[in-house]
Design a protein around this ligand. Sequence first.
Ligand code: SMO
Length: 789
Amino acid sequence: MTIEDTRPRSARYVGRSVQRVEDPRLLSGQGRYVDDITLPGMLHAAFVRSPHARARILNIDASDALALDGVVAVYTAADLAWLNPMVATGPMRDGILAHSRTPLATDVVRHVGDPVAVVLARSPYLAEDGRDLVDVEYEPLEPVLDPLAALEPDSPLVDEALGTNNISHLEESAGDVERAFAEADHVTRLRFHSGRSTAAPIECRGVVAKYEDRAGGRYTIWASTQMPHLLRMFVAPVLGVPEGRVTISSPDVGGAFGLKCTVFPEDVVIPAVAKLSGRPVKWIEDRWENLAAGVHSKDMICTMEIAAKADGTMTAFRGHFVTDSGAFSSIPFTPLVDSQCAGIYLTSCYDVRDVAYSVDNPLTNKCQIGAVRGVGWVPGQLAREVAIDQLARELGKDPVELRLQNMIGPDVYTTAFGQTYDGGSYAEALEKARDAVDYASFRERQAKAREEGRYIGVGFSPFVEPTGWATASAAAGGLPNGYYDTASVTVEPDGSVTVTTGLHSHGQGHETTLAQVTADELGVPMESVRVVFGDTDSSVFGMGTYASRSAVLGFGSIRESAGQVRDRLLRLAAILLEADPGDVELVDGVAGVKGVPGKTVPLQQIALFGYFGGTARPEDVQRDALTATSGYSPGETYANGCAAAVVEVDVETGLVEVEQLVAVEDCGVQLNPTIVKGQVAGAIANGIGVALLEDLVYEDNGEFVSGSLLHYLYPSTTEVPELDLLTIETPSAVSVGGVKGVGEAGTISAPAAIVNAIADALSPFGVVIDRTPVTPEYLRRKLRDAERT
Ligand code: SMO
């Protein structure tokens, strides 16, 4: 490993841009992904999927497929009737209907891509050929496609067993919203449609499974997932076996972005057909399946109202969020991960005490809505920040000044809904972004450009992001179940260190950051630390990686467990050094006595003594040696920051060019600044896609037309400008090490900054931007409409 800076080795690792330990492996093609798993006798699976949005299955004829040489089996729902249903309860909360599904469609298909049958063959190509030969006879039914119409009492039902399409209507309010609106000098109202997007990781999903008919049956499942233990928890009951008979192994994961913290039908179908066929089975998702039948996100109709005084003081927020939820309630997080997250964090960094939101989650005949980077914070942020710019225009106020006027202070703050922020640089981040785009001179530049027929604009989007998802933050966010994580830290007999965690890494660099943390806590060189995760047999139980939680949970759980081990190391060293444990220090893997140069003992010797030193060791060490396991669930941690965008709009073509993008990130104490920058840059690129490009489109008959990366556009290097990545470090008041999470902020903040910049550029035309993505076609239509009026 190479260390970038030249500080003395005794310096702490935390806070340093240590180069990523995993990169040599990943960059030299030595990563091991699900598709790299090959087992003797393995068959390959391909899914027969619905071409219809909604249809009754009249007949499935697999005879032609089975006649094809190399096709081994075709299974339908009838063959899997022994599986238990997959049930989405909405993480143990009230107010959402439990929705269950079978992993393969039984009588009705509910969206394009809904799996109907699975073909097993000797090769993936033969499996696909066999798939094309399965003859499914359908009777098309009228699909439910408009989420608002789906809420009407006379709408056809996506799932008749539920008796309604709306799987959740929630309302919550604080203060006196009615009165605040009645007494307002000014009310701004915006209806904003946040478009349908997804994660589209480079590595699509994949499952390999093997079943062994011993000891009551054992499943080994390799899956590309963010949460091996939770996946096991949800898959085992569907397979009808105890969790102890299921091993989930998630090797290297080539991007996940929330999509892979979902439990999918294929996760149970593949192990089930491995059992039925008696052969290991591999399924690797193709891009069409990923786009049509993974998870979608957003597609939220947001109605945002702001009550304000004439001087610009915002007195109340009211929001209504309707998620076009798709055909199934995604497991485990359900579409509330979008709609409710938009509502519950509505006040963000503003001191608004009268606030109300409501959400609806109509099922429709489209792909399910689930977690994707930034979840419902993205549409919530868009609705609020775009409405604030609209308010500023209507009141003739400067949008930055108006925001600063309404912003909370930097100290610990409890929102109207009861979330307690752990302190942050709310105003400072906005000011920093403002200065980075040279706002003081911008209006002059803008006026000059307009004289030349060029339309440039600037937009801001300050944010607060819940991070370090744990029991406290979940409770404050209206999810009454517990989230924590565990780490085990072991100093091996030779003095090397093994850490296991139930967190996962799919690009975040946990092999590096968690080693940095461990090395500091123990006082050992980082090179001696190995971080193990991704396999339920070899890692301690954990909740997985999502919601910008791993830095906080990983640091906290490692500090707890490493602290216990270090305590034992120091007491052992004290015996060897014939010193008082209080006088012993461990630095860079060498124990010494403070103030006594030359009197040292290396970690290797301490460890050997710890394992084999007989009765000379303290009694608890004789019992537990040098290993400890500890859990951690921090208080609420909230990152904050601000995105600012400068754009130029070509009014002839409707094309938007992002000229400058500034991201100010305050995620508390940074474990590794380079990794923080990487996280922010990737998220900002994602945010540019959400704002301008990414759109999953269904035609009026429910046909899905965005099934390739020619149609589902995401940004490449030509759409992402040089980014100005700035940081502020406000240590968390509540977490171990003052750490807050990072990973989603850019996706949350960038879209609203870009939309506001476009609206600012086009303010002479009176164009109201009311959706994402802001495509050239959409902008031209808006400009034409504006010219006509
Ligand atoms: S959508 Mo993220 O993995 O919480």
